[in-house]
Design a protein around this ligand. Sequence first.
Ligand code: HEM
Length: 492
Amino acid sequence: MVALVVVVLLLAMAAAVFVATQRGTGSGAAIPNPKPFSDLVFEVTLTGGFPNMVKLHAAHGPVFWWRLLGRRMLMVGSYEAAKQLLMGEGTLVRADYPPSVKQMLGPWGMVNIHGKSYTRIKRLAQAGFTPKAIRGYLPRIQAIAEEGVQRWAAEGDILAYPEMKWYTFRVAVELFLGVGTGWTGPQDFPAVSATFATWLEGLFSFPVAIPGTAFARGLKARDELMRRIHASLELLEQRRAAKGSSDDAARGDAAAGGPAPASNGAEQPILMELLMASRDERGEGLTRDQLADTVLTLLFAGHDTSSTTLVRIFQHLHAHPEAVTRLRQEQAEVVVKHGTAITEAALADMQYADGALREAMRVTPIIAGFPRIALKDFELCGYTIPAGTRLQCSLQHTLHTDSRWQAEDDPLAFKPERWLGQRDGAWIPFGGGPRLCLGWLMAMVEMKVLLAAIFRGHVLTLQEPNEPWMLFPLARPKHGMPARITEAEAAA
Ligand code: HEM
């Protein structure tokens, strides 16, 4: 009897899956559903690897069903389709992150809001990420990078992953909140890092706040982070009040496209001061809650991504000593031409470093993709996608399978020289359209500055270069990527 019930249940499940796969089709063709009983997140967690998207693409085409944290998703992996989704933000589709992300980032987290409130917050925040603003941040970023390299060389053996987090986090905090706000001091940083790690576990988890679950721990960590953020905002408000007329000056800078560059970085206005001073056309500023959720989004988006990308590039460079030689040559030429200060002009001459970063992000993108929900019925890759369908624009799928890459020799190999000169490749690691990564320029700059700081006078070796990676909730090396940074003369 029990066996009969089980068989009936299984048949019912199979029928439900079959019926579901018939939705969202065009001209009678069903969208492939190659893994009806699999959840991408479970699969990645169990196998420790990302499914081979090139193989799946060859077998099933650019669009097929999957599940992600229990939610049915259309995986989309063609560059043209990805662009259609990215450009169609707000008209065809809109960003639709899982419920856990919504709660961890808060109601005003930039990725959770849409329409007028979103446009307003993003526009205000953009003032801190213009080329002019980034130019102004450069001395501070270089100083932090060089301090890091000196310390790592003195320490000998390090774990590259947490150290890259230290670097990108310190850059983010100092640029967004300013120094002395209780985040990066020797006592603060380990505590903040641990809280962030717990928060991150909750970011992509099942949103059930039962004590002991990743989600419940994540929510507690969010409270702790918010407490710190509110304390920093309080401090900044007091400083602004003490400065008196600083509002008008900062507003003027924001209207002009960002803060003025400072010669030594010390007097550089900080992003949150700009945001606090910003007013919309009705003269209204952001509320304290809006500011606080924006800070949390920026701190998260602004450090975990760049740090992981840096570790990925270290791995590629370790496997390609010829690329390291070219990086070194380029840095030597840049120093001869521009001196040791890393200016905008010096960065523009770091073409090989730029190519190495782009190539690392193409071969090993650290973000799985962009989740979207269809706002209306529309055509995609020959299928009709009904309103309400959830879609995941899969980055690895898109970056690995595009015909422009497949037409090249060894398309998945790390070859920074692919990027020298003009080229049109399928490359969207920072997304695109209205939701284009707010910090893409800052990310490229901070990563290039760190490569310069290391490869101008030091040698980087990895102790466990083939260390396996965990891919969930965010990609990271399992053992933290043990490494050693030595002075070039000492290593010779
Ligand atoms: C290598 C480093 C980085 C990568 C690969 C990356 C990637 C991305 C991607 C793919 C998106 C689009 C998500 C979507 O369309 O749903 C995004 C959005 C975003 N990124 Fe980045 N990012 C990086 C660094 C940064 C940095 C340094 C910041 C600094 C604050 C930042 C802030 C943001 C924000 C605020 C958004 C949301 C934008 C919106 O919803 O309009 N990211 N990022």
